[in-house]
Design a protein around this ligand. Structure first.
Ligand code: GDG
Length: 751
């Protein structure tokens, strides 16, 4: 790398040095000539001055013919280091007096016809001399001339010195210019490369904290669309079909998986029946996993096995603990598993949410691991594995295992159903090997997961972390290129499948047009029609960056006081894991912060933050998404984040701005969101202000691009890609089984 830079620099430095060299070659003689002329002119003046000074005593002595005194006068005069010799001639041209140093060859020096300073120079064996003759006048009449000879060797010396200095100066100049230019070129190149890298990574914050270089701006749009096309093309090749719908998924199951049965296992159930004074009510949980997998199950039928957590759940199941869902239009079976309070406490709250959840998210909350929780985790994984095995009607079902609650289940099921295709999807980030190493049962968890046929993560980064973790803690064979891990003779394919949502059908929401919603929602909140509205939708969870988001709102109001009274932020925070201390403390902090900010900026009825810490139904969420000017997703760490995609999908008016944390999986796809580092409060505040003042055209352009991506890369494609990969592996497995049984049969015949 260094050698390359040196070579690149030389490619620039050498031509520059050459140009400057040629320049110096032409300039130096010119300079030489010029300085010579200056010196000659100086000597001419000097000679005239000396002649003037000597004239009076000299003429006196000449008149008195005082040869001795004349010699003394001349000798004193040539004490001057540059005056080399003197002579006096009469008007007849006879040399009367001279110093010993005077060259005879000069005689009475006849000034050349064409007078020029350079012509007063003569070359003598003793060196170059400057000769000047000054007429000596007495009473206005010329009585002779004084010839002054100067030694000019010092001029040659100075000229040589000048030459040396000029050449050195040019050389130095060449070096300095080269270095400055090379340095600037390198710095700009690095800036360019960094900007391009940011675009490729999707980290482009422009023009927030780290704006892309202005020179590169025009390239960014092209680059993005090129990347998008590349992505579409690459994924399109894999997916067979470019538009994925429930029908595509159904036909995939029919054609590629021969109608094989599909079983889903997750902790959270898609429909919770609650016993209320008004009878049994159905509730949809606030869960990204449920949002995604439910859409797939509606398309595929099959059985979903989950924890029956609702107070009315037992009353709604049959004797096999099954109920057909969705209640309004049953299309698949929900099989409930019951857990005791103890089991739920240890497996769900304890090991899963006090241990694995903080372990996998970088949110600076320390994981807690207790042996008793681990025991419950093992036992509940066993309970669910047994339920899966019991539900399977064939020996090779397709089983979709969801999330970190069931890391041990894949191996447990594999032992009972070796031919099953087990697809495990890890919905949260996977940490680096050091972080994961904190878990006292790390080897067991990894072994459990490697019971899967396919193991999926949202991003290539999480997949890489997983492979490195396995490499660190287990003896396995890893094929990096194929992304497979071979453990105990079984192969697991590790892939990334970015999850998404079901694209809403046109006019399916039935909640009215964006224009009417805009006014209605503001009216319900007691806000004026033109009031600016921001929204955040999350579970009340410390990984979602709710505190940082509220701090950004506060900072924005500080920096732009004109927004006070004009802007309100609605934070919807569905209760989650609220029996855990960490979550209770977090909620108390959120409430305290909201109160403080509201006290600071409230005015009459105006409050800048409206905290709605309760569960909302999907229609209510859609209303907020569609009425808001900006949606803020500021997770400190998030596997994907579906709220970002839901907001984009809801905006069929192509308006509204998405502010998205760079630490979400979604930020790798939604490049046209305003990407922020949620820890940087000023950056969040700037993004908020920028979103609220963004021109409609820019909103439309960004929104249109994100909508086309989410529409194409929907949840059916997510499931479809995993099922296609599973189908390919099953196909291969079948061929291998046939080959094996053929070769066994041939062997038997031979024996
Ligand atoms: C995990 C990963 C990954 C929210 N409040 C209510 C409500 N919600 C819905 C939203 C959205 C979902 O919950 C939240 O999804 P996220 O993706 O943000 O987050 P997690 O629940 O943490 O999910 C995450 C996801 O799994 C999928 O793989 O994206 O990274 O952490 O759909 O609309 N839904 C209802 N009422 C609410 O009050 N009905």
């Amino acid at each position: 790398m260094k050698l390359r830079s040196v070579r690149l620099s030389l490619r620039f430095v050498l031509p520059l040095a050459l140009v400057l060299g040629v320049f110096a070659y032409a300039v130096v003689p010119m300079m030489d000539n010029l300085t010579l002329r200056w010196f000659v002119r100086d000597l001419d003046i000097r000679s005239r001055f000396l002649a003037g000074a000597l004239e009076e005593p000299l003429l006196d002595y000449v008149q008195q013919k005082e040869r001795r005194k004349i010699n003394q006068l001349f000798d004193r005069a040539i004490q001057d280091e540059r005056l080399y010799a003197l002579a006096f001639c009469d008007t007849a041209g006879k040399l009367l007096y001279k110093t010993k140093t005077y060259p005879d060859a000069l005689g009475c020096w006849h000034t050349p016809q064409k007078k020029g300073e350079a012509e007063s120079l003569v070359s003598m064996p003793q060196g170059s001399l400057h000769v000047a003759a000054s007429p000596m006048l007495q009473d206005g009449k010329e009585v002779g001339k004084l010839i002054l000879v100067h030694d000019v060797s010092f001029i040659e010396k100075r000229s040589a010195d000048t030459k040396k200095y000029v050449i050195s100066l040019f050389a130095l100049l060449a070096v300095v210019i080269s270095f400055i230019t090379v340095f600037i070129a390198h710095a700009s190149l690095r800036g360019w490369v960094q900007s391009l890298r940011d675009v490729l990574r999707g980290d482009i914050l422009q023009p927030l904290q780290a704006p892309a270089l202005p020179e590169i701006q025009p390239v960014i749009g092209d680059l993005r669309s090129l990347l998008r096309d590349l992505n579409v093309e690459r994924r399109g090749r894999d997916d067979m079909s470019s538009t994925w719908t429930p029908d595509t998924l159904r036909s995939l199951l029919r054609n590629e998986l021969a109608g094989d049965e599909v079983l889903v296992v997750s902790n959270r159930e898609p429909y919770i029946h609650e016993a209320t004074p008004n009878g049994i009510e159905v509730r949809r949980p606030a869960s990204g996993l449920v949002t995604a997998v439910e859409a797939v199950m509606r398309a595929c039928s099959g059985t979903w096995i989950a924890h029956g957590s609702g107070s009315g759940d037992r009353q709604t199941v049959d004797r096999q603990n099954r109920v057909q869902v969705p209640p309004s239009n049953p299309s698949y079976t929900l099989r409930r598993v019951w857990l005791s309070k103890d089991e739920e406490q240890g497996y769900y709250y304890g090991f899963s949410n006090e241990g694995l959840w903080p372990l996998c998210h970088i949110a600076h909350v320390r994981p807690v691991f207790r042996s008793s929780d681990w025991d419950r985790y093992v036992a509940v994984n066993r309970r669910f594995a047994d339920a899966v095995i019991a539900e399977a009607r064939t020996d090779d079902p397709v089983i979709l295992v969801q999330d970190y609650h069931f890391a041990l289940l894949p191996r447990m099921v594999r032992e009972a159903l070796p031919r099953a295709t087990i697809i495990t999807f890890w919905h949260i980030p996977w940490p680096n090997p050091e972080s994961f190493g904190i878990c006292p049962w790390r080897e067991e968890l990894l072994e459990g997961l490697l019971g899967s046929t396919i193991l999926g993560f949202h991003t290539p980064f999480h997949r890489k972390n997983f492979i490195e973790t396995v490499d660190r803690y287990l003896e396995t064979r890893i094929e990096g290129e194929a992304s497979t891990i071979s453990y105990g003779g079984k192969l697991t394919q590790v892939e990334h499948y970015p999850i998404s949502i079901a694209w809403p059908e046109a006019n399916a929401s039935g909640i009215g047009s964006t224009a009417t919603l805009h006014a209605d929602v503001r009216h319900e909140l007691g806000l004026g029609e033109g009031h600016l509205l921001g929204v955040g939708v999350d579970r009340m969870d410390y990984t979602k960056g709710i505190i940082e988001r509220l701090q950004a709102v506060e900072r924005m109001l500080e920096l732009h006081p004109k927004m006070i009274g004009r802007f309100t932020f609605v934070q919807i925070a569905a209760p989650s894991r609220s029996s855990l201390d960490e979550y209770q403390n977090f909620e108390a902090r959120v409430r305290g912060l909201v109160q403080r900010i509201n006290q600071r900026f409230s005015n009459g009825n105006y409050q800048p933050i409206l905290l709605k810490a309760e569960h909302h139904d999907q229609d209510q969420l859609q209303r907020y998404y569609r009425a808001a000017d900006v949606c803020v997703v500021s997770s400190l760490h998030d596997g994907m984040n579906l709220v970002a995609k839901e907001f984009v999908a809801a905006r069929d008016d192509e308006r509204g701005v998405l502010i998205l944390s760079q630490f979400t999986g979604a930020a790798r796809e939604l490049h046209e969101a305003l990407i922020v580092n949620p820890y940087h409060i000023e950056q969040g505040a700037d993004a908020l202000y920028r979103a609220l003042t963004m021109p409609a055209d820019e909103q439309r352009e960004r929104m249109r691009s994100m909508r086309s991506l989410v529409k194409d890369f929907n949840v059916y494609r997510w499931a479809g890609r995993m099922l296609l990969d599973a189908a390919r592996l099953r196909q291969r497995e079948r061929v291998m089984t046939k080959i094996r049984s053929h070769s066994r049969a041939s062997l038997r015949r031979v024996v």
